[in-house]
Design a protein around this ligand. Structure first.
Ligand code: AMP
Length: 188
């Protein structure tokens, strides 16, 4: 079972992914987490992406595709991955399909967490102070939201056949229930 959690920054993708890891033993593949780990370890990759991430821009397709590819065997062994924050461009989506097909696998479900921009701004504003993330500030968040609207949201038609929309505005438990329902629904 391979799931993509799709949605704008601060929509709750990470929170829901972590819950699914605990409850279903799936593996969370978050390119954002991988890139932050690279920055923390001061690796060559970390140095390369630090400024880009801090500004809220997308790092190159090549970098994130390679990060995901490295982790696919582990996800496969666990019985499935939750892709969190990947893919964010059409090139990434196509590369993911190709990599999975090469392993005899595919994306089974795409859950889109819908949250409107005003609600997002409110959510993130409350998070700026305590987050510790270099890109949780008004300027970078605006760029992240723009990147989502311009580069990532246009991906939705690509996943139309696998797409389930969930209202991401409600309490965490309600969103979790809706995601569980989508996961447990029979699929063709
Ligand atoms: P996230 O934790 O998913 O919000 O990602 C934080 C930042 O990491 C983004 O604003 C981008 O700079 C970078 N990033 C994470 N995933 C990707 C991706 N799939 N493609 C390009 N950049 C990414």
């Amino acid at each position: 079972m391979n799931l993509i959690l799709f949605g704008p920054p601060a929509a709750g993708k990470g929170t829901q992914a972590k819950r699914l890891v605990e409850q279903r033993g799936m593996v969370q593949l978050s390119t954002g987490d991988m890139l932050r780990a690279a920055i923390a370890s001061k690796s060559e990759l970390g140095l390369k992406v630090e400024g880009i991430m801090q500004r809220g821009e997308l790092v190159s397709d090549e970098i994130v595709i390679a990060l995901i590819e490295e982790r696919l065997p582990e996800a496969e062994a666990a019985g499935g991955a939750i892709f969190d924050g990947f893919p964010r461009t059409l090139a990434q989506a196509e590369a993911l399909d190709k990599m999975l097909a090469g392993r005899g696998a595919k994306i089974d479900l795409v859950v889109r967490l819908k949250v409107d921009d005003a609600a997002l701004m409110e959510r993130i504003a409350g998070r700026f102070a305590e987050s510790g993330r270099a890109d949780d500030n008004p300027e970078s968040f605006k760029v992240r939201l723009e990147a989502y609207n311009k580069q990532t949201a246009p991906l939705l038609p690509y996943y139309q056949a696998k797409l389930v929309e969930v209202d991401g505005m409600g309490p965490i438990d309600t969103v979790a229930q809706a995601i569980d329902q989508a996961l447990d629904a029979p699929r063709g």
